[in-house]
Design a protein around this ligand. Structure first.
Ligand code: NAD
Length: 498
Protein backbone atom coordinates (compact mmCIF):
# COMPACT_ATOMS: atom_id res chain seq x y z
CA UNK A 1 0.00 0.00 0.00
CA UNK A 2 1.15 3.50 -0.71
CA UNK A 3 1.20 6.44 1.66
CA UNK A 4 -2.25 7.47 2.83
CA UNK A 5 -3.84 9.90 0.41
CA UNK A 6 -6.24 11.69 2.70
CA UNK A 7 -9.83 12.06 1.66
CA UNK A 8 -10.49 14.71 4.22
CA UNK A 9 -10.30 18.24 2.84
CA UNK A 10 -6.95 19.18 4.32
CA UNK A 11 -6.27 22.90 4.10
CA UNK A 12 -2.86 24.30 4.90
CA UNK A 13 -3.84 24.81 8.51
CA UNK A 14 -6.93 22.71 9.28
CA UNK A 15 -7.71 19.00 9.01
CA UNK A 16 -11.34 17.97 8.61
CA UNK A 17 -12.46 14.36 8.94
CA UNK A 18 -15.52 13.07 7.14
CA UNK A 19 -18.27 10.49 7.59
CA UNK A 20 -16.95 7.37 5.83
CA UNK A 21 -20.29 6.78 4.07
CA UNK A 22 -21.78 10.20 3.38
CA UNK A 23 -18.58 12.24 3.11
CA UNK A 24 -20.12 14.88 5.42
CA UNK A 25 -17.62 16.68 7.67
CA UNK A 26 -17.28 15.27 11.20
CA UNK A 27 -14.75 17.54 12.89
CA UNK A 28 -11.93 19.98 12.23
CA UNK A 29 -8.66 20.50 14.05
CA UNK A 30 -5.67 22.77 13.48
CA UNK A 31 -2.80 20.91 11.81
CA UNK A 32 0.27 20.63 14.00
CA UNK A 33 3.45 21.69 12.22
CA UNK A 34 6.97 20.76 13.33
CA UNK A 35 7.04 23.57 15.94
CA UNK A 36 3.72 22.45 17.45
CA UNK A 37 4.94 18.83 17.50
CA UNK A 38 8.14 19.93 19.26
CA UNK A 39 6.05 21.73 21.90
CA UNK A 40 3.96 18.60 22.48
CA UNK A 41 7.11 16.48 22.83
CA UNK A 42 8.61 18.99 25.27
CA UNK A 43 5.42 18.93 27.37
CA UNK A 44 5.51 15.12 27.33
CA UNK A 45 9.12 15.19 28.49
CA UNK A 46 8.29 17.41 31.47
CA UNK A 47 5.24 15.33 32.37
CA UNK A 48 7.43 12.22 32.30
CA UNK A 49 9.18 13.20 35.54
CA UNK A 50 5.92 13.00 37.50
CA UNK A 51 4.58 9.97 35.60
CA UNK A 52 7.68 7.95 36.41
CA UNK A 53 7.67 9.10 40.04
CA UNK A 54 4.10 7.86 40.43
CA UNK A 55 5.39 4.30 40.18
CA UNK A 56 3.57 1.19 39.02
CA UNK A 57 0.67 1.28 41.50
CA UNK A 58 -0.40 4.87 40.88
CA UNK A 59 0.09 4.51 37.12
CA UNK A 60 -2.09 1.42 37.23
CA UNK A 61 -4.80 3.44 39.00
CA UNK A 62 -4.62 6.20 36.36
CA UNK A 63 -4.87 3.65 33.54
CA UNK A 64 -7.80 1.88 35.21
CA UNK A 65 -9.60 5.24 35.59
CA UNK A 66 -9.01 5.80 31.86
CA UNK A 67 -10.47 2.38 31.04
CA UNK A 68 -13.54 3.19 33.17
CA UNK A 69 -13.99 6.55 31.43
CA UNK A 70 -13.92 4.80 28.04
CA UNK A 71 -16.34 2.02 29.01
CA UNK A 72 -18.74 4.37 30.78
CA UNK A 73 -19.02 6.46 27.61
CA UNK A 74 -18.61 3.64 25.14
CA UNK A 75 -21.76 4.31 23.10
CA UNK A 76 -20.65 7.85 22.32
CA UNK A 77 -17.21 6.54 21.38
CA UNK A 78 -18.59 3.76 19.19
CA UNK A 79 -20.89 6.17 17.37
CA UNK A 80 -17.87 8.31 16.50
CA UNK A 81 -15.86 5.25 15.42
CA UNK A 82 -18.74 4.14 13.19
CA UNK A 83 -18.98 7.58 11.62
CA UNK A 84 -15.31 8.30 10.92
CA UNK A 85 -14.16 4.75 10.19
CA UNK A 86 -17.43 3.32 8.86
CA UNK A 87 -17.53 0.02 10.75
CA UNK A 88 -20.83 -1.19 12.31
CA UNK A 89 -21.42 -0.15 15.94
CA UNK A 90 -21.03 -3.73 17.25
CA UNK A 91 -17.66 -4.06 15.52
CA UNK A 92 -16.66 -0.70 17.02
CA UNK A 93 -17.74 -1.98 20.45
CA UNK A 94 -15.66 -5.15 20.10
CA UNK A 95 -12.67 -3.09 19.01
CA UNK A 96 -12.97 -0.85 22.08
CA UNK A 97 -13.50 -3.78 24.46
CA UNK A 98 -10.46 -5.59 23.10
CA UNK A 99 -8.39 -2.43 23.46
CA UNK A 100 -9.56 -2.06 27.06
CA UNK A 101 -8.59 -5.70 27.75
CA UNK A 102 -5.07 -4.81 26.64
CA UNK A 103 -5.08 -1.58 28.63
CA UNK A 104 -6.08 -3.49 31.73
CA UNK A 105 -3.48 -6.23 31.15
CA UNK A 106 -0.67 -3.72 30.66
CA UNK A 107 -1.69 -1.84 33.82
CA UNK A 108 -1.97 -5.04 35.88
CA UNK A 109 1.23 -6.71 34.66
CA UNK A 110 3.71 -3.87 34.24
CA UNK A 111 5.19 -4.23 37.71
CA UNK A 112 5.50 -8.01 37.53
CA UNK A 113 7.24 -7.87 34.13
CA UNK A 114 9.38 -4.78 34.66
CA UNK A 115 10.42 -4.94 38.29
CA UNK A 116 14.18 -5.09 38.94
CA UNK A 117 15.71 -8.54 38.72
CA UNK A 118 18.82 -9.78 40.48
CA UNK A 119 20.84 -12.22 38.41
CA UNK A 120 23.75 -14.57 39.21
CA UNK A 121 26.94 -12.59 38.54
CA UNK A 122 29.08 -15.61 37.60
CA UNK A 123 32.03 -17.11 39.42
CA UNK A 124 34.51 -14.43 38.33
CA UNK A 125 32.28 -11.67 39.73
CA UNK A 126 30.87 -13.51 42.74
CA UNK A 127 31.52 -10.51 44.99
CA UNK A 128 29.23 -8.30 42.86
CA UNK A 129 25.47 -7.93 43.02
CA UNK A 130 24.05 -7.89 39.47
CA UNK A 131 20.72 -6.17 38.92
CA UNK A 132 18.69 -5.47 35.76
CA UNK A 133 16.39 -2.49 35.99
CA UNK A 134 14.02 -1.71 33.12
CA UNK A 135 13.89 2.03 32.38
CA UNK A 136 11.21 3.62 30.22
CA UNK A 137 12.57 5.13 27.01
CA UNK A 138 11.13 8.55 27.86
CA UNK A 139 8.78 10.09 25.29
CA UNK A 140 7.27 7.61 22.81
CA UNK A 141 5.80 8.91 19.56
CA UNK A 142 2.90 6.67 18.50
CA UNK A 143 1.67 6.88 14.89
CA UNK A 144 -1.55 5.06 14.07
CA UNK A 145 -3.63 3.85 11.10
CA UNK A 146 -7.36 4.26 10.41
CA UNK A 147 -8.54 0.64 10.08
CA UNK A 148 -8.55 -0.20 13.80
CA UNK A 149 -8.11 3.36 15.05
CA UNK A 150 -8.37 2.44 18.76
CA UNK A 151 -7.13 -1.14 19.07
CA UNK A 152 -3.92 -0.76 17.08
CA UNK A 153 -2.46 2.44 18.56
CA UNK A 154 -3.62 1.35 22.02
CA UNK A 155 -1.37 -1.70 21.66
CA UNK A 156 1.50 0.76 21.83
CA UNK A 157 0.02 3.56 23.95
CA UNK A 158 -1.23 1.41 26.86
CA UNK A 159 1.97 -0.63 27.10
CA UNK A 160 4.22 2.44 26.74
CA UNK A 161 2.33 4.32 29.48
CA UNK A 162 2.23 1.33 31.83
CA UNK A 163 6.00 1.02 31.42
CA UNK A 164 6.44 4.64 32.57
CA UNK A 165 6.81 6.47 29.25
CA UNK A 166 4.79 9.49 28.23
CA UNK A 167 3.19 9.43 24.78
CA UNK A 168 2.55 11.82 21.91
CA UNK A 169 0.02 10.18 19.58
CA UNK A 170 -0.52 11.06 15.92
CA UNK A 171 -3.72 9.36 14.77
CA UNK A 172 -4.46 8.75 11.11
CA UNK A 173 -5.76 11.80 9.28
CA UNK A 174 -8.89 9.77 8.46
CA UNK A 175 -9.70 9.02 12.11
CA UNK A 176 -8.41 12.08 13.94
CA UNK A 177 -11.65 12.61 15.89
CA UNK A 178 -11.37 9.10 17.31
CA UNK A 179 -7.76 9.78 18.33
CA UNK A 180 -8.77 12.99 20.09
CA UNK A 181 -11.67 11.30 21.90
CA UNK A 182 -9.37 8.51 23.12
CA UNK A 183 -6.73 10.92 24.43
CA UNK A 184 -9.29 13.32 25.93
CA UNK A 185 -10.75 10.38 27.87
CA UNK A 186 -7.41 9.95 29.65
CA UNK A 187 -7.38 13.63 30.66
CA UNK A 188 -11.04 13.52 31.80
CA UNK A 189 -10.34 10.43 33.90
CA UNK A 190 -7.23 11.98 35.41
CA UNK A 191 -7.86 15.72 35.87
CA UNK A 192 -5.14 16.02 38.52
CA UNK A 193 -2.40 14.73 36.19
CA UNK A 194 -0.45 16.93 33.75
CA UNK A 195 -1.78 16.97 30.19
CA UNK A 196 1.53 15.94 28.65
CA UNK A 197 1.38 12.34 29.91
CA UNK A 198 -0.72 11.44 26.87
CA UNK A 199 -1.30 14.02 24.18
CA UNK A 200 -2.34 14.09 20.56
CA UNK A 201 -0.88 15.86 17.53
CA UNK A 202 -2.98 16.34 14.44
CA UNK A 203 -2.19 16.19 10.78
CA UNK A 204 -1.33 14.10 7.73
CA UNK A 205 1.88 12.14 7.13
CA UNK A 206 3.92 15.34 7.38
CA UNK A 207 2.96 15.71 11.06
CA UNK A 208 3.99 12.08 11.60
CA UNK A 209 7.31 12.82 9.94
CA UNK A 210 7.81 15.80 12.27
CA UNK A 211 7.11 13.52 15.24
CA UNK A 212 9.72 10.99 14.07
CA UNK A 213 12.26 13.80 13.62
CA UNK A 214 11.35 15.61 16.86
CA UNK A 215 13.85 13.85 19.10
CA UNK A 216 11.35 11.48 20.74
CA UNK A 217 13.03 8.54 22.45
CA UNK A 218 11.10 5.83 20.59
CA UNK A 219 8.66 5.52 17.71
CA UNK A 220 5.83 2.98 17.70
CA UNK A 221 4.22 2.86 14.28
CA UNK A 222 1.26 0.94 12.92
CA UNK A 223 0.48 1.34 9.22
CA UNK A 224 1.61 0.30 5.79
CA UNK A 225 4.96 -1.30 5.02
CA UNK A 226 5.86 1.57 2.66
CA UNK A 227 5.45 4.16 5.43
CA UNK A 228 7.14 1.87 7.96
CA UNK A 229 10.26 1.79 5.77
CA UNK A 230 10.28 5.60 5.53
CA UNK A 231 9.94 5.89 9.29
CA UNK A 232 12.73 3.40 9.95
CA UNK A 233 15.03 5.33 7.60
CA UNK A 234 14.19 8.64 9.27
CA UNK A 235 14.57 7.17 12.77
CA UNK A 236 18.00 5.81 11.78
CA UNK A 237 19.33 9.38 11.67
CA UNK A 238 19.28 9.47 15.48
CA UNK A 239 19.22 5.70 16.05
CA UNK A 240 15.79 6.20 17.59
CA UNK A 241 14.40 2.77 18.48
CA UNK A 242 11.31 1.73 16.55
CA UNK A 243 8.59 -0.86 16.70
CA UNK A 244 6.90 -1.18 13.32
CA UNK A 245 3.56 -2.96 12.88
CA UNK A 246 3.09 -3.05 9.12
CA UNK A 247 1.08 -4.75 6.39
CA UNK A 248 0.44 -8.40 5.69
CA UNK A 249 -0.88 -10.96 3.22
CA UNK A 250 -2.15 -13.53 5.66
CA UNK A 251 -2.79 -17.08 4.57
CA UNK A 252 -5.20 -19.67 5.94
CA UNK A 253 -4.60 -23.40 5.51
CA UNK A 254 -7.49 -25.86 5.41
CA UNK A 255 -6.34 -29.45 5.90
CA UNK A 256 -8.28 -32.54 4.80
CA UNK A 257 -9.35 -33.23 8.41
CA UNK A 258 -10.69 -29.70 9.05
CA UNK A 259 -14.21 -28.97 10.27
CA UNK A 260 -15.11 -27.31 6.97
CA UNK A 261 -18.15 -25.40 8.21
CA UNK A 262 -16.19 -23.93 11.12
CA UNK A 263 -13.21 -23.16 8.86
CA UNK A 264 -15.40 -21.39 6.32
CA UNK A 265 -17.11 -19.40 9.06
CA UNK A 266 -13.79 -18.23 10.50
CA UNK A 267 -12.12 -17.53 7.16
CA UNK A 268 -15.07 -15.61 5.71
CA UNK A 269 -15.21 -13.46 8.84
CA UNK A 270 -11.46 -12.91 8.82
CA UNK A 271 -11.45 -11.97 5.13
CA UNK A 272 -14.58 -9.83 4.98
CA UNK A 273 -15.09 -8.18 8.40
CA UNK A 274 -14.15 -4.50 8.49
CA UNK A 275 -14.48 -4.65 4.65
CA UNK A 276 -11.30 -6.71 4.60
CA UNK A 277 -9.38 -3.73 5.96
CA UNK A 278 -7.69 -5.82 8.63
CA UNK A 279 -3.92 -6.15 8.85
CA UNK A 280 -4.32 -9.76 10.06
CA UNK A 281 -7.31 -10.51 7.83
CA UNK A 282 -7.11 -13.66 5.70
CA UNK A 283 -6.41 -12.73 2.08
CA UNK A 284 -5.18 -16.10 0.74
CA UNK A 285 -6.53 -19.54 1.42
CA UNK A 286 -4.90 -22.90 0.60
CA UNK A 287 -7.22 -25.88 0.75
CA UNK A 288 -6.27 -29.54 0.32
CA UNK A 289 -7.81 -30.72 -2.99
CA UNK A 290 -9.90 -33.52 -1.49
CA UNK A 291 -12.04 -31.02 0.48
CA UNK A 292 -11.87 -28.04 -1.89
CA UNK A 293 -15.35 -28.36 -3.41
CA UNK A 294 -17.05 -28.82 -0.04
CA UNK A 295 -15.11 -25.91 1.43
CA UNK A 296 -16.06 -23.63 -1.47
CA UNK A 297 -19.73 -24.55 -1.00
CA UNK A 298 -19.48 -23.59 2.69
CA UNK A 299 -17.75 -20.30 1.82
CA UNK A 300 -20.24 -19.40 -0.89
CA UNK A 301 -23.19 -20.07 1.40
CA UNK A 302 -21.75 -17.65 3.93
CA UNK A 303 -20.64 -14.77 1.71
CA UNK A 304 -24.08 -14.84 0.06
CA UNK A 305 -25.54 -13.76 3.42
CA UNK A 306 -23.28 -10.70 3.75
CA UNK A 307 -24.56 -7.21 2.98
CA UNK A 308 -22.06 -4.38 2.77
CA UNK A 309 -23.33 -1.50 4.87
CA UNK A 310 -24.83 -3.93 7.40
CA UNK A 311 -22.40 -6.84 7.78
CA UNK A 312 -19.45 -4.50 7.38
CA UNK A 313 -18.87 -0.88 6.47
CA UNK A 314 -17.63 1.01 3.44
CA UNK A 315 -14.03 1.15 2.27
CA UNK A 316 -12.65 3.79 4.63
CA UNK A 317 -9.82 4.88 2.36
CA UNK A 318 -11.43 5.64 -1.03
CA UNK A 319 -8.20 5.14 -3.00
CA UNK A 320 -8.03 1.56 -1.69
CA UNK A 321 -11.02 0.74 -3.88
CA UNK A 322 -8.78 1.19 -6.92
CA UNK A 323 -6.25 -1.25 -5.44
CA UNK A 324 -8.98 -3.84 -4.89
CA UNK A 325 -10.22 -3.36 -8.47
CA UNK A 326 -6.68 -3.66 -9.89
CA UNK A 327 -6.03 -6.90 -7.99
CA UNK A 328 -9.35 -8.43 -9.05
CA UNK A 329 -8.88 -7.40 -12.69
CA UNK A 330 -5.32 -8.73 -12.71
CA UNK A 331 -6.41 -12.06 -11.20
CA UNK A 332 -9.27 -12.52 -13.69
CA UNK A 333 -7.08 -11.49 -16.63
CA UNK A 334 -4.57 -14.14 -15.57
CA UNK A 335 -7.18 -16.89 -15.63
CA UNK A 336 -8.65 -16.92 -12.11
CA UNK A 337 -12.30 -17.90 -11.68
CA UNK A 338 -14.67 -15.66 -9.73
CA UNK A 339 -16.49 -18.12 -7.46
CA UNK A 340 -18.48 -15.30 -5.90
CA UNK A 341 -18.73 -11.65 -6.98
CA UNK A 342 -16.27 -10.07 -9.36
CA UNK A 343 -15.32 -6.72 -10.79
CA UNK A 344 -18.94 -5.51 -10.57
CA UNK A 345 -18.98 -6.12 -6.80
CA UNK A 346 -17.12 -2.85 -6.45
CA UNK A 347 -19.59 0.01 -6.00
CA UNK A 348 -17.93 2.81 -4.03
CA UNK A 349 -17.88 3.33 -1.17
CA UNK A 350 -18.92 -0.33 -0.68
CA UNK A 351 -17.39 -3.52 -2.00
CA UNK A 352 -19.39 -6.77 -1.88
CA UNK A 353 -17.54 -10.01 -1.10
CA UNK A 354 -15.32 -11.38 -3.87
CA UNK A 355 -14.00 -14.96 -3.82
CA UNK A 356 -11.47 -15.90 -6.49
CA UNK A 357 -10.29 -19.43 -7.30
CA UNK A 358 -6.95 -20.48 -8.81
CA UNK A 359 -5.38 -17.06 -8.83
CA UNK A 360 -1.80 -17.34 -10.14
CA UNK A 361 0.69 -17.12 -7.29
CA UNK A 362 2.59 -14.30 -9.00
CA UNK A 363 -0.45 -12.04 -9.44
CA UNK A 364 -0.92 -8.94 -7.30
CA UNK A 365 -4.03 -10.48 -5.69
CA UNK A 366 -1.77 -13.13 -4.13
CA UNK A 367 1.42 -11.16 -3.61
CA UNK A 368 0.29 -7.69 -2.48
CA UNK A 369 -1.95 -6.52 0.34
CA UNK A 370 -5.44 -6.09 -1.19
CA UNK A 371 -7.11 -4.73 1.97
CA UNK A 372 -10.64 -5.31 0.71
CA UNK A 373 -13.38 -7.94 1.22
CA UNK A 374 -11.71 -10.44 -1.11
CA UNK A 375 -10.37 -13.96 -0.72
CA UNK A 376 -8.20 -16.01 -3.04
CA UNK A 377 -8.60 -19.78 -2.79
CA UNK A 378 -6.26 -22.41 -4.23
CA UNK A 379 -6.49 -26.16 -4.07
CA UNK A 380 -3.25 -27.87 -3.05
CA UNK A 381 -2.00 -31.45 -3.19
CA UNK A 382 -1.30 -31.64 0.53
CA UNK A 383 -0.64 -29.60 3.66
CA UNK A 384 3.08 -29.42 2.84
CA UNK A 385 2.33 -27.57 -0.41
CA UNK A 386 -0.01 -25.26 1.51
CA UNK A 387 2.77 -24.44 3.99
CA UNK A 388 5.25 -23.75 1.19
CA UNK A 389 2.87 -21.39 -0.61
CA UNK A 390 1.80 -19.66 2.62
CA UNK A 391 5.43 -18.94 3.47
CA UNK A 392 6.33 -17.69 -0.02
CA UNK A 393 5.55 -14.07 0.81
CA UNK A 394 7.63 -11.03 1.65
CA UNK A 395 5.12 -10.46 4.47
CA UNK A 396 4.77 -12.57 7.60
CA UNK A 397 2.23 -10.99 9.91
CA UNK A 398 -0.24 -13.70 10.95
CA UNK A 399 -1.84 -16.88 9.64
CA UNK A 400 -4.50 -19.43 10.50
CA UNK A 401 -4.76 -23.19 10.31
CA UNK A 402 -7.81 -25.45 10.25
CA UNK A 403 -7.17 -29.09 11.08
CA UNK A 404 -8.56 -31.44 13.72
CA UNK A 405 -5.29 -33.31 14.33
CA UNK A 406 -2.38 -31.41 12.79
CA UNK A 407 -3.12 -27.83 13.84
CA UNK A 408 -0.11 -27.24 16.08
CA UNK A 409 2.28 -29.05 13.73
CA UNK A 410 1.20 -26.90 10.77
CA UNK A 411 1.25 -23.72 12.88
CA UNK A 412 4.87 -24.35 13.87
CA UNK A 413 5.91 -24.59 10.21
CA UNK A 414 4.49 -21.17 9.31
CA UNK A 415 6.67 -18.10 8.99
CA UNK A 416 4.51 -15.53 10.79
CA UNK A 417 4.36 -13.51 14.00
CA UNK A 418 1.13 -15.23 15.07
CA UNK A 419 -1.03 -18.17 14.07
CA UNK A 420 -4.53 -19.11 15.13
CA UNK A 421 -5.54 -22.76 15.05
CA UNK A 422 -9.22 -23.55 14.33
CA UNK A 423 -10.23 -19.95 15.03
CA UNK A 424 -9.85 -16.54 13.39
CA UNK A 425 -7.31 -14.04 14.83
CA UNK A 426 -7.85 -15.15 18.44
CA UNK A 427 -4.25 -14.22 19.36
CA UNK A 428 -5.12 -10.53 18.86
CA UNK A 429 -7.56 -10.57 21.78
CA UNK A 430 -5.19 -12.30 24.19
CA UNK A 431 -3.15 -9.55 25.84
CA UNK A 432 -0.46 -11.90 27.15
CA UNK A 433 0.51 -12.90 23.59
CA UNK A 434 3.10 -10.70 21.84
CA UNK A 435 2.00 -9.26 18.51
CA UNK A 436 4.07 -8.30 15.48
CA UNK A 437 5.33 -9.52 12.16
CA UNK A 438 8.37 -10.96 10.43
CA UNK A 439 9.85 -9.95 7.09
CA UNK A 440 8.21 -6.83 5.65
CA UNK A 441 5.34 -7.06 8.13
CA UNK A 442 7.36 -5.35 10.78
CA UNK A 443 10.00 -5.11 13.44
CA UNK A 444 9.57 -5.67 17.19
CA UNK A 445 6.56 -6.64 19.26
CA UNK A 446 3.69 -4.97 21.04
CA UNK A 447 1.39 -6.66 23.60
CA UNK A 448 2.31 -9.10 26.35
CA UNK A 449 5.47 -9.10 28.42
CA UNK A 450 7.54 -8.63 25.24
CA UNK A 451 5.50 -5.50 24.48
CA UNK A 452 6.09 -4.03 27.93
CA UNK A 453 9.80 -4.85 27.75
CA UNK A 454 10.01 -3.28 24.30
CA UNK A 455 8.92 0.06 25.71
CA UNK A 456 11.84 -0.01 28.14
CA UNK A 457 15.59 -0.42 27.97
CA UNK A 458 17.50 -2.58 30.41
CA UNK A 459 19.88 -0.75 32.71
CA UNK A 460 22.41 -3.22 34.10
CA UNK A 461 23.84 -2.35 37.51
CA UNK A 462 26.75 -4.25 39.01
CA UNK A 463 27.40 -3.30 42.66
CA UNK A 464 30.51 -4.59 44.35
CA UNK A 465 29.41 -6.02 47.68
CA UNK A 466 32.92 -6.57 49.04
CA UNK A 467 36.46 -6.59 47.71
CA UNK A 468 38.38 -9.90 47.48
CA UNK A 469 41.92 -9.07 48.49
CA UNK A 470 44.43 -9.88 45.74
CA UNK A 471 41.64 -10.80 43.28
CA UNK A 472 41.18 -7.46 41.54
CA UNK A 473 41.10 -8.47 37.87
CA UNK A 474 39.97 -5.09 36.52
CA UNK A 475 42.90 -3.23 37.99
CA UNK A 476 46.50 -2.41 37.10
CA UNK A 477 47.31 -3.81 40.56
CA UNK A 478 46.52 -7.29 39.26
CA UNK A 479 49.22 -9.82 40.15
CA UNK A 480 50.70 -12.71 38.19
CA UNK A 481 49.66 -15.20 40.90
CA UNK A 482 46.04 -14.04 40.48
CA UNK A 483 46.36 -14.55 36.73
CA UNK A 484 47.78 -18.06 37.06
CA UNK A 485 44.96 -18.99 39.44
CA UNK A 486 42.40 -17.65 36.94
CA UNK A 487 44.04 -19.66 34.15
CA UNK A 488 43.90 -22.86 36.20
CA UNK A 489 40.26 -22.40 37.17
CA UNK A 490 39.30 -21.48 33.60
CA UNK A 491 41.03 -24.54 32.15
CA UNK A 492 39.24 -26.74 34.66
CA UNK A 493 35.83 -25.19 34.00
CA UNK A 494 35.88 -24.88 30.22
CA UNK A 495 38.85 -26.87 28.93
CA UNK A 496 37.02 -30.13 28.52
CA UNK A 497 33.70 -30.60 26.75
CA UNK A 498 31.43 -32.65 28.99
P1 NAD B 1 -0.25 4.48 6.29
O1 NAD B 1 1.11 3.91 6.33
O2 NAD B 1 -0.67 5.16 5.07
O3 NAD B 1 -0.43 5.56 7.47
C1 NAD B 1 -0.25 5.22 8.82
C2 NAD B 1 0.10 6.46 9.62
O4 NAD B 1 1.38 6.93 9.22
C3 NAD B 1 -0.87 7.63 9.42
O5 NAD B 1 -1.09 8.23 10.67
C4 NAD B 1 -0.10 8.54 8.49
O6 NAD B 1 -0.47 9.90 8.61
C5 NAD B 1 1.32 8.34 8.98
N1 NAD B 1 2.38 8.68 8.02
C6 NAD B 1 2.31 8.69 6.66
N2 NAD B 1 3.52 9.04 6.15
C7 NAD B 1 4.35 9.24 7.20
C8 NAD B 1 5.72 9.59 7.32
N3 NAD B 1 6.50 9.81 6.24
N4 NAD B 1 6.25 9.70 8.55
C9 NAD B 1 5.50 9.45 9.65
N5 NAD B 1 4.19 9.14 9.61
C10 NAD B 1 3.62 9.02 8.40
O7 NAD B 1 -1.23 3.30 6.69
P2 NAD B 1 -2.82 3.33 6.77
O8 NAD B 1 -3.35 3.36 5.38
O9 NAD B 1 -3.26 4.38 7.73
O10 NAD B 1 -3.13 1.92 7.45
C11 NAD B 1 -3.32 0.73 6.72
C12 NAD B 1 -2.05 -0.10 6.77
O11 NAD B 1 -1.74 -0.37 8.13
C13 NAD B 1 -2.20 -1.46 6.12
O12 NAD B 1 -1.05 -1.75 5.39
C14 NAD B 1 -2.34 -2.41 7.31
O13 NAD B 1 -1.93 -3.72 7.04
C15 NAD B 1 -1.45 -1.74 8.29
N6 NAD B 1 -1.80 -2.14 9.64
C16 NAD B 1 -0.93 -2.94 10.32
C17 NAD B 1 -1.25 -3.38 11.60
C18 NAD B 1 -0.32 -4.26 12.38
O14 NAD B 1 -0.51 -4.39 13.58
N7 NAD B 1 0.68 -4.88 11.77
C19 NAD B 1 -2.45 -2.98 12.18
C20 NAD B 1 -3.31 -2.16 11.47
C21 NAD B 1 -2.96 -1.74 10.19
Amino acid sequence: MTETPTTAPVSATMLTTVDAVSGEPVGSWPIDDAAAVATAVERARSAGLLWRELGFTERKRALRRWAAQIINNVDEFCALISTENGKPADDAYLEVVTAVEHLNWAAENAQKVLKPKTVWPGLMMANVEAVIEQRPHGVVGVIGPWNYPVYTPNGSIAYALAAGNTVVFKPSELTTGIGHWFVDAFAKANPALPLGILSVVTGPGETGRALVESGVDMIAFTGSTATGKRIMAAAAQRLTPVVLECGGKDAAIVAEDADLAAAADAIVWSAMANSGQTCVGTERCYVVDSVLDDFLAEVTARVRELTPGRSYGPMTLPSQIDVVAEHVDDALAQGATAVFGGADSIRAPFVSPIVLLDVPEDSTAVREETFGPTLTVRGVRDVEEAIRLSNASRYGLASSVFSRKRGMEIARALRAGATSVNSPASYAAIPALPFGGVGESGVGRIHGAAGLLGFTRPHSIARQRFAIPGMALQSFARTQSTMSMVRKITARRFGRAK
